[in-house]
Design a protein. Structure first.
Length: 129
């Protein structure tokens, strides 16, 4: 319980120190054929942790070898086209990061994590692909 309280205090402090964002959002799903591997980020308007991901990890992911292999796409959790993504289970938290291969889910990261843990989880999902 002590670790959970510390984590809450840490994130609250990080978020309180961040300036507000007015970044444009790419919340559209695309019917256009895409790469065989892609990382879908399920988010919603007003999601503080989604904004943290965009500010702290998005640029690093897009320029990484992982980001080149599995380009990122943002989808609103309320988008009706969400059912067409081939998800294996419901989504209960945003952001949720879902790795798709040929529109089939091969892995998922529920919630936001730190830089190193995020990239380790992405690497794990990409093993063998």
């Amino acid at each position: 319980m002590k670790n959970v309280a510390w984590l809450f205090v840490f994130w609250f402090g990080v978020l309180a120190a961040m300036p507000p964002t007015n970044a444009a959002r790419d919340l559209q799903t695309s019917a256009a054929p895409g790469p065989s591997l892609q990382l879908i980020v399920l988010e919603t308007d007003g999601c503080v942790y989604c904004d943290v991901f965009r500010r702290r990890l998005l640029a690093a992911y897009q320029s990484s070898k992982q980001g080149k292999r599995a380009p990122i796409r943002f989808v609103n959790i309320n988008d009706p086209a969400l059912g067409d993504l081939g998800l294996t289970q419901p989504v209960g938290i945003v952001p949720t990061f879902i790795m798709l291969e040929n529109n089939q889910e091969i892995g998922r990261i529920p919630g936001l994590m730190g830089h190193q843990d995020f990239f380790r989880a992405i690497d794990y999902m990409l093993i063998g692909h």
